[in-house]
Structure formats: structure tokens, C-alpha cells
Design a protein around this ligand. Sequence first.
Ligand SMILES: Cc1cc2nc3c(=O)[nH]c(=O)nc-3n(C[C@H](O)[C@H](O)[C@H](O)COP(=O)(O)OP(=O)(O)OC[C@H]3O[C@@H](n4cnc5c(N)ncnc54)[C@H](O)[C@@H]3O)c2cc1C
Length: 300
Amino acid sequence: MRISQIIADHAATFSFEFFPPKTEDAAGVLFERARELAALRPAFVSVTYGAGGSTRDRTRDIVIRMKRELGLEAAAHLTCVGHTRDELIEILENYKAQGVENIVALRGDAPKDADQFEAHPDGLRYGSELVALIREHFGDAFGIAVAGYPEGHPETPSRLRDLDHLKQKVDAGADVVVTQLFFDNRDFFDFRDRCVLAGIDAPIVAGIMPILSRAGVMRMADLCGARLPARLLSRLQKADDDQEVANIGIDWATQQCRDLIENQVRGIHFYTLNRSGATTEIYRRLGARDSEGLEHMAES
Ligand SMILES: Cc1cc2nc3c(=O)[nH]c(=O)nc-3n(C[C@H](O)[C@H](O)[C@H](O)COP(=O)(O)OP(=O)(O)OC[C@H]3O[C@@H](n4cnc5c(N)ncnc54)[C@H](O)[C@@H]3O)c2cc1C
């Protein structure tokens, strides 16, 4: 089922993101984590797409296995990096043949050895072009989610322009927006209000990452520019060890989720980092055993 339809049918959805590991053994471990998280009955899961190499095929394999073996609605991320238009069409044809119904359509980031994103000479420059390509060649065969940036995208200093670009993606046919991770809900609420003003009517799903370690959160903040509020930073600085950092991460993310649900968020997408413990614990603290429980919270 299309993610937009699942969201329309529920008061609030709960979903998980995984990344494809580099080795076959690690892929097996990921599958076990996903099996544990499947017990929470997420509305959908998604699997990211790497900058190149063997993990790209693994994205496809994991998406298909999650759908078939775990019965999860699994969305495949796809980026424009290094691909011609024809290659993108071929990948999508394969997904369609395998019964995959949702694509997270992205431009992608520059590979590690390059300074900035360069479109393939026969490829696409922006996420909006990928959305348009999917609609042009596949009509309504896929639900399409795109990325939104509550704190703005690092390459576009003007938030207004960045929002125009998000609108282009929705106008091209995207039916869901999933946000970059953020640690201060005020950024999300303001972004959501600005989307309404800009006429972006697709449901907006909030991206939440439970902090697992100091090094991990710094790496993520470097990568995507997420702002760490002073109140969170000071708690992290005072923590004695990794276990305490992880507990603070769970506390913080739980409070974020509670506040988002109280404020009618349409969905929460967890950046699980391929672990199951923190997400399961947050779910328990929210008082929901599965997505039905989360829905009751959203309705009450
Ligand atoms: C939910 C989510 C999932 C992600 N999954 C992956 C993944 O699986 N793999 C991966 O490699 N990366 C992933 N990313 C990271 C993403 O690829 C990067 O943030 C990338 O830099 C931008 O991708 P985009 O699709 O948002 O690009 P776009 O929407 O194309 O935007 C990229 C930049 O170009 C600007 N822009 C857009 N259109 C125009 C235009 N017409 N004229 C001028 N400027 C324009 C935008 O404002 C922005 O600054 C994900 C991010 C999010 C939030």
C-alpha cells in the first residue's frame, strides 16, 4: 500500500529507517534487528541507498526480503548519484516487477571523494527531477516520499528558496515528506507551518534519531547540520559513560515523540541506525506496544 494511504488511514504512524550494511554477515544481523522491530508493527520501513558499490544492490535485496519475509510495507530509497536516467528507469522497473510500491526519491549527496554533488551527464540534478521521472514513466505505480529540511538544506542558505524546492518536489508528484532528523521540535513545528503557508499539502513525517553515542551524534550533526540545543548538549557533556549518553538519547527522543504526538504529527520516522534497543524502549515509554497503541495516544 502507498505510504500516503497508510498515513491517511491513521491518526499517527510510526516507521523505521535502516541502512544497507557493507557485508553479507552484517546484513543477516540487520535482518534480525528488523525482525525484532517488526514485532512493533510499524506502518512502514525504509532502506537507504548508498553512494555507490555493492550496498546499492543490498538496498534492493533487503527491501524485497522485508516485504516478503516480514510482511512489512518497505520503501526503497533511490538517489540520482552516478546514475543515468535509463539506469534509474531500469532500477524502478525492477522494483515494480518485485511488487515494491514506495520509493523515497532523493538527489543524494556527493560521494566521499568529491567536494560537491555533480549530476551524471545523462542523469538528473535534483530530487524534483527524479520525482518527475517516476511519475512520467510509472504513473501512479509508486507512492513517492521526498526529503524535507526543518533547519534548511546546507547547500541553500535561504530557507524560503529551500521551501520552494520542496514544493517543486511535491508539485512534481511526491505524496509524502519525510524530514531530516532534528533535536528541537520548534524547528519542526515552524517548518510545518511554513509548508502550509507555501501551499505544500503532502503529509509531513518527522525524522527522529535516538542518540546512541557522543561520537555518533557529532558525526550526524556534521553530516546533516542538525542543531543540538544547549539543554541537550549540556546533558550529554555531563554524562559519565556511553550507557548514560544512550539513556539521555532515549529520554530526549521520547520527549520529542510525546510532544509531536500531542501536536498532531502525521508520522514519526525513526533513524534506527540498524539497532532495535533504543527504538523499542522509546516505544515502551510512550506506552504503546504497537502502532495501534500509538494511534490511540494520538487520538486521545
Ligand atoms: C528522509 C531522508 C532520507 C535520505 N536518504 C538518503 C539515502 O538513502 N541516500 C543518500 O545518499 N542520501 C539520503 N539523504 C540525504 C540527501 O540525499 C541529501 O540531503 C541531499 O543533499 C539532498 O537530497 P534531496 O533529495 O533533498 O535533494 P534536492 O531536493 O534536489 O535538494 C538539494 C539541494 O538543491 C536545492 N535545489 C533543489 N531544487 C533546486 C532548483 N530547481 N534550483 C536550485 N536549487 C535547487 C535544494 O534547496 C537543496 O539545497 C536523505 C535525507 C533525508 C532527509
